[in-house]
Ligand binder design. Structure first.
Ligand code: 6PG
Length: 239
């Protein structure tokens, strides 16, 4: 597989470059199609990327935003991936509410079925085919998880499902997550990872023998082309 590693002195540089790449890919899609689709991850790293995306002056009325995963909390909760995006992108960029597709994770495992239906309905309207996001942005956890696919999660090997409900034992938390069929089918897959706490995970993703069940982020390296946006601290074991 081909992967491109863009390494920056700090997280502001990495987040800004990631936002610029995402914006360019969305513009390219919109030059040829009526709508573009963007799926974003949560956690803390995307905050600076969202802030930078707001300044990219995109045609948000033609862009549909989805979420790669979500915690079992309602909007407004400090752990909500939706709320992070709402605060730093959806509201400041005035993204039309009809273009925002939130995971109803507070409803429990049923939210996975509901979200798969919503994804299929949007893609059936626009492309009539397999859900293929214009851009899908992933992060990486210190344990090499990505999306909410944590080490040992059997759904890492699922190539049929679109969205799954997972139990994250070490967090004592259920989550809803997009599955590899969607992650691997994106037109552009970008990975944003910053901080020395990601150095081991990136080293495993790129250098450990391929065993995605143990190192889920290897899905992003071994199974398709990806663009990595890293700060020097996260990339410490790669250079
Ligand atoms: C989540 C994310 C998850 C995230 C990594 C990195 O819901 O937590 O989608 O996959 O990308 O855990 O999180 P940080 O950016 O907080 O390090």
């Amino acid at each position: 597989m081909i992967f491109y590693r863009h390494i920056f002195d700090d997280r502001i540089g990495a987040a800004g470059a990631c936002a610029a790449f995402i914006a360019a890919a969305l513009r390219q899609e919109l030059a040829a199609k009526p709508v573009a689709t963007l799926a974003v991850s949560g956690g803390s790293t995307p905050r600076l990327m969202f802030d930078a995306l707001v300044n990219e002056s995109l045609e948000w009325d033609r862009i549909h935003i989805f979420f790669v995963d979500e915690r079992p909390v309602p909007p407004g909760h400090p752990d909500s991936n939706y709320t992070l995006c709402e605060t730093h992108l959806l509201t400041p960029a005035a993204v039309p509410a009809a273009n925002v597709h939130r995971i109803l994770a507070e409803r429990g495992p049923a939210a996975a079925v509901l979200y798969a239906i919503e994804i299929k309905s949007v893609f059936r309207k626009s492309t009539g085919s397999e859900p293929r996001f214009t851009v899908l942005q992933c992060g990486i956890g210190p344990d090499c998880h990505t999306a909410s696919l944590f080490p040992g999660e059997p759904l890492i090997n699922d190539r049929e499902g679109l969205v799954g409900a997972v139990e994250v034992a070490k967090l004592h938390q259920a989550r809803i997550t997009m599955l590899p069929r969607i992650l691997l089918n994106a037109k552009n897959l970008v990975v944003l990872a910053c901080g020395q706490e990601k150095a081991w995970a990136l080293d495993r993703a790129f250098h450990a023998p391929f065993e995605a069940l143990q190192y889920p982020a290897q899905l992003l390296v071994h199974e398709r082309d990806s663009e990595f946006f890293l700060d020097r601290a996260a990339a410490a074991r790669l250079v």
